[in-house]
Design a protein around this ligand. Structure first.
Ligand SMILES: [Zn+2]
Length: 49
């Protein structure tokens, strides 16, 4: 059930993080605050696609 996901900055749309998630635990699109080096601050990152 583990799938690869890509976290995309919600402000600049850069793909900053590759990650894994468990579809059983996280059936929905993940959102988290992470540091974006392009924005140079913490921004909301969303799972791509
Ligand atoms: Zn950004």
């Amino acid at each position: 059930m583990r799938v690869k996901i890509t976290m995309v900055c919600n402000e600049c749309k850069q793909r900053n993080y590759d990650s894994m998630k468990n579809k059983k635990n996280d059936p929905d699109r993940l959102e988290m605050n992470k540091y974006c080096k392009f924005c140079r601050k913490h921004t909301l990152h969303k799972e791509s696609k």
